[in-house]
Design a protein around this ligand. Structure first.
Ligand code: 5U1
Length: 703
């Protein structure tokens, strides 16, 4: 740890601390240990975040990080502001303060075609000629234009001291606390040849994978989805509480320098980027330096093809005269340099009208609202449909049929509605109403509490789901019908030979023999396999029904608990939740499925055709906790929550996910949150982990 990394205050406290508790040699030792750890972590994190080239396993990195964290916790006065542990966010701000950029942050002129690009080159060449500068062939640096948020980062003596948004180019907002949380932004520069005073500019963005991850989390928490990676990045940076920013997988890619004082940077733009890379920044891997404008046009064509495969969104390509001397000669007009241009890809967002919403039933019964749009040309193709995902998304957008809507098409992804222009809503606009019965088979639809998706409950009979249902029914772990592969199932359904799993047992050798790639022999084999499959187990049969979330293990538990189909068919959600592994959601799926008359008919038909199993004698399980409702919350140390739940259910208890007046006991582990507060307010009995273990022991369950 070098002394110049400390403020004067840090140094004082270090000396004070040392005088109190440590002898000089142990200070040096601790110093050295911390220093080495930080160096290692800086190095590995640079390899990972800036170079995209991890050199050690994640677990090893985590171990080093934990070691540093522990040492710093034990020796708080040794924590430095550039320590890798200091990326977790700081106390929330009440407002962002304003920052005046010492050099204005320029914007870029746009080109929309190869012709525009050639025109730019002509202007550059003419201007240089008018200045009596002759260049044989101008070198251009080419790189993708990331669709993110432009930032300025100020480093003094290699330490990050300020991060700011571009704002209007002259004044931005101070987002230092937020940028400090981004792993690809160095808190301290590497090497030793950087200028004393260095401003680095670049783009903060959310990679596509990070965007999807955030939206998955938003879905799981039933929060609003982000419309696109750019909005998500902007929203993440605009947080007054940098601890929230710290949880967003943002990245930063450097693309130029601003103020440079007390040192030098190379004389070519491309070399400046390489220098930035050596100092610890991520630079764009696609960057290339080419000669002449035709090579720029080729670069644009090449990258356009690669665009969808890139792990981040780009909205164009930036071309810059590579020589900094020529850049200076060319200067800038208004707020854009004469030496650079961004050739944009065709617009990816357009305005159109939402004509109607139709509902599609997927293979798993999920009902998806699909927007029918007035056709519009966007991102290079004509779009007339867009997905609306689910009812939460419809609610989030607040969109109605008849609205003017902004649609976005990014890469190959299905077009999305970004927003509705609510203030231009026509009088005839009407609400989007989700169907109460399946548009394909008319079975009732169900929406499980906590799920955003509405589903058809006609699993065994819905034509939209039938191929999937049959493929699952005959699969190895279900009824194990050898020789009845996916392609054959598809043909049989398409030709109308089977409309439900029960029809499988009416198939004739001649029918099968006429299918593609089938003959008499293989047809007889399939009929034989079907015949054999009739002799099965109750667990396999339950699994074969393909009830959502009922996997093999749950099917086994259900079979064991209920013993036979008659008891399973009459089970209530409460009964079902007494079974190991079955929570409220699964119970709801099972009841929705088995209460369907059409599904019941198929089950009866299967039995009529000879599908049978050995009835399992129900164990005389003592159920001392029958009719007692438990909720588990917080972190348990000696067993997982799932294990605790299974044990309680084995004793007959019902374990639910939320606290209500019906809850008898709440088992609260470490860091229990709102459920504990609610249980306390409702006067629910609270048990600790040890109380639970004692209870289980009492009934003969030992861990
Ligand atoms: N890749 C890249 N993006 N971008 C944006 N380079 C780049 N340069 C910019 C901007 C606004 O401005 C230059 C004038 C430094």
């Amino acid at each position: 740890m070098s002394a110049d990394l400390f403020s004067q205050e840090d140094n004082n406290s270090l000396q004070k601390d040392a005088a109190h508790s440590l002898d000089f040699s142990s200070i040096t030792q601790l110093d050295q240990q911390l220093n080495e750890l930080r160096e290692k972590i800086h190095h590995y994190s640079y390899q990972y975040y800036a170079l995209d080239n991890p050199t050690i396993p994640d677990a090893e990195y985590d171990r080093l990080f934990l070691e540093l964290q522990t040492l710093e916790k034990e020796n708080p006065s040794y924590v430095t502001s550039d320590s890798p542990t200091q990326r977790v966010g700081a106390q929330p701000l009440s407002v962002f303060s304003q920052v005046t950029h010492r050099l204005p942050m320029l914007s870029l002129d746009n080109a929309f075609s190869a012709e525009d690009l050639r025109e730019f080159h002509r202007r550059v060449t003419e201007r240089l000629a008018s200045l009596d500068i002759t260049v044989n062939e101008i070198e251009y640096a080419c790189e993708p234009k990331l669709d993110g948020i432009a930032v300025s980062l100020v480093y003094q003596k290699g330490i990050l001291v300020q991060g700011a948004t571009r704002g209007d180019g002259k004044t931005g907002e101070d987002i230092t606390q937020n940028v400090r949380t981004i792993a690809s932004i160095p808190l301290r520069l590497q090497g030793d040849n950087y200028p004393d005073d260095l401003e680095v500019r670049g783009e903060i963005y959310l990679p596509k994978a990070g965007f999807e991850k955030l939206n998955k989390i938003a879905d799981a928490r039933e929060e609003k989805r982000f419309a696109n990676p750019r909005n998500a990045a902007a929203g993440s940076l605009r947080q007054l509480d940098s601890r929230i920013t710290a949880q967003r997988p943002l990245e930063m890619c450097a693309y130029s320098v601003g103020v440079v004082d007390g040192g030098q940077v190379p004389t070519k733009h491309s070399d400046i980027l390489y220098a930035l890379s050596a100092w610890g920044f991520r630079i764009n891997q696609e960057m290339a330096s080419v000669k002449g404008i035709e090579a720029c046009c080729d670069y644009f064509d090449q990258l356009s093809k690669k665009r969808n495969a890139l792990p981040y969104d780009i909205d164009g390509i930036v071309f810059k005269v590579d020589s900094i001397e020529l850049q200076k000669q060319l200067g800038f007009v208004s707020r854009a340099p004469r030496w650079a241009i961004a050739q944009k890809f065709p617009a990816q967002e357009e305005l159109t009208e939402l004509l109607d919403v139709e509902f599609q039933v997927g293979r798993t019964g999920a009902i998806t609202p699909v927007a029918r749009l007035k056709p519009v040309f966007v991102g290079g193709v004509t779009v007339s449909n867009a997905t609306l995902h689910n009812s939460d998304e419809v609610e989030r957008l607040g969109v109605k049929i008849g609205d003017r809507v902004i649609i976005r098409r990014a890469g190959d992804v299905i077009p999305q509605i970004v927003s509705a222009v609510i203030d231009q809503r026509p009088d005839h606009a009407r609400d989007i109403i989700f169907p109460s019965s399946c548009p394909v088979c008319t079975s009732p639809t169900v929406r499980v509490e906590g799920e955003a998706t509405i589903r058809c409950s006609g699993g065994l009979v819905c034509p939209a789901q039938i191929k999937q249902a049959i493929k699952h029914y005959v699969s190895r772990k279900a009824m194990d019908v050898d020789g009845l592969g996916d392609k054959l199932v598809e043909q049989l359904v398409e030709l109308g030979h089977i409309t439900s799993v029960a029809d499988l047992y009416d198939l004739q050798v001649e029918q099968l023999a006429n299918m593609e790639r089938m003959g008499e022999k293989s047809a007889s084999n399939v009929i034989h396999a079907l015949e054999q499959s009739k002799n099965t187990t109750f667990a396999r049969f339950i699994y074969a029904l393909g009830v959502r979330e009922v996997g093999e293990a749950t099917a086994r538990n259900l079979a064991q608990y209920f013993g036979d189909i008659s008891r399973l068919l009459t089970a209530t959600e409460e009964d079902l939740q007494r079974v190991n592994d079955v929570g409220p959601v699964v119970a709801q799926f099972i009841v929705a499925f088995l209460s369907q008359q059409k599904n019941k008919e198929v089950i009866a038909k299967l039995q009529e055709k000879g599908v049978h199993w050995e009835v399992i004698e129900q164990q005389d399980n003592p159920q001392p906790l029958l009719d007692t409702v438990y909720v588990l919350t917080g972190t348990l140390e000696q067993l997982t929550r799932d294990e605790a739940k299974a044990h309680l259910q084995q004793l007959g208890a019902t374990v639910t996910g939320s606290v209500s007046k019906k809850t008898h006991f709440l088992v609260a582990g470490e860091n229990a949150g709102s459920k504990l507060t609610k249980a306390e307010s409702l006067g629910v009995n609270i048990l600790g982990e040890q109380d639970l273990i004692n209870l289980l022991n009492e009934y003969g369950i030992t861990l």
